[in-house]
Design a binder for this molecule. Structure first.
Ligand code: PMV
Length: 324
């Protein structure tokens, strides 16, 4: 095999944000904005990467230097994963990696998880290493923890399995919800603000340490919402799904992770009739989601009027796949 190309989808957290870091479940859906990685061997002991969509061209390192200080953020995940792979499957020659993205990393659709998974799939396929989804998860999650030190891996799971998942970290439970052609009637609004996930996760961690009872009880309430939402999603009871989103949002506000723009977009969607809405992910910015029922057009116009950018994305997308 000379060259392998794989692609993986982005993600949107539907329920359970933050609580999932502490062993509670979440619900995540894959977004059909994909990242593609192409990998080939290059005959020399050098790792070479071209990732123009991440602002990086002609980056290279010797295999001995992989993972050493000074790695640009855009390549961290790929480089650490490659290093881990070589520890298990030593090679004399390096690789050339090229990535391409359907979406800008600023929207918070999970570009780092998608690129990590697409690269891992292409790399292991190139070397004939067959991994189950869970083994692929372990390889990718390890790289995320190496780089970020924290995270539930829900985004890695969405990129691997695709569809809509009820997830408990780290891939202890991965329950696909809905069938293959399942439709989630959601509107997605981008705030225009890039959120920094690790900072927000650490902020919640600090609160949890300072007030374990208050924050622990918020997490327990979120857990219940996620379990109820799982049933409501399967039953396609969008009114109930919306009510649960609004409840989840109130709890996220109590964790102080919402923000002015998020709150404005959420309010605008509810005022225009949406059954319910919440932030998606760490908070602070990035995207919010609203049930796009009963009137999608009215809800999306309201989001735009409130200064949001409506993202027309296909949800419940296919997981990682080999393209060629
Ligand atoms: O900001 P995002 O979309 O990457 O989502 C972060 C979700 C958290 O629950 C806050 C963190 C995590 O790792 O699950």
């Amino acid at each position: 095999m000379k060259e392998v190309t794989a692609s993986a989808p982005g993600k949107l957290m539907l329920f359970g944000d933050h609580a999932v870091v502490y062993g509670h479940p979440c619900i995540v859906t894959a977004v059909d904005q994909r990242i593609t990685a192409t990998v080939r061997k290059n005959g020399v002991d050098i790792f070479h990467l071209d990732a123009p969509d991440m602002g990086l061209s002609a980056y290279s390192r010797t295999l001995a230097d992989l993972g050493k200080k000074g790695t640009p953020k855009a390549v961290c995940f790929i480089e650490h994963l490659y290093k881990r792979f070589l520890e298990k499957h030593p090679q004399q020659e390096g690789i050339v990696v090229t990535t391409r993205s359907d979406f800008s990393s600023q929207f918070g659709f999970g570009s780092s998880s998608a690129v990590t998974v697409a690269f891992a799939k292409a790399l292991t396929t190139l070397y004939g290493v067959e991994l189950t989804n869970h083994e692929l998860f372990t390889l990718c999650y390890q790289a995320v923890i190496d780089v970020q030190g924290i995270g539930s891996g829900f985004d890695i799971a969405a990129a691997i399995w695709g569809g809509t998942l009820y997830y408990v970290a780290p891939a202890k439970t991965v329950n696909p919800l809905g069938g293959e052609r399942f439709e989630l009637p959601l509107a997605v609004g981008y705030t225009g603000i890039k959120a920094d996930t690790p900072t927000l996760v650490r902020m919640v961690e600090t609160q949890y340490q300072a007030e374990p009872e208050r924050v622990g009880s918020i997490f327990a309430d979120i857990h219940q919402i996620v379990d109820d939402a799982q049933q409501a999603i399967v039953a396609q009871d969008w009114q109930k799904v919306g009510q649960l989103m609004t409840k989840n949002q109130e709890l996220l506000q109590q964790l102080n992770v919402s923000g002015v723009q998020l709150d404005e977009l959420i309010q605008a969607s509810v005022d225009s009739g949406s059954y319910g809405a919440k932030l998606s992910g760490a908070g602070g910015g990035d995207c919010m989601i609203a049930v796009a029922e009963p009137d999608r057009q009215k809800i999306e116009s309201a989001l735009e009027a409130a200064g949001g950018q409506v993202m027309h994305v296909k949800l419940h997308a296919e997981g990682v796949r080999i393209e060629s």
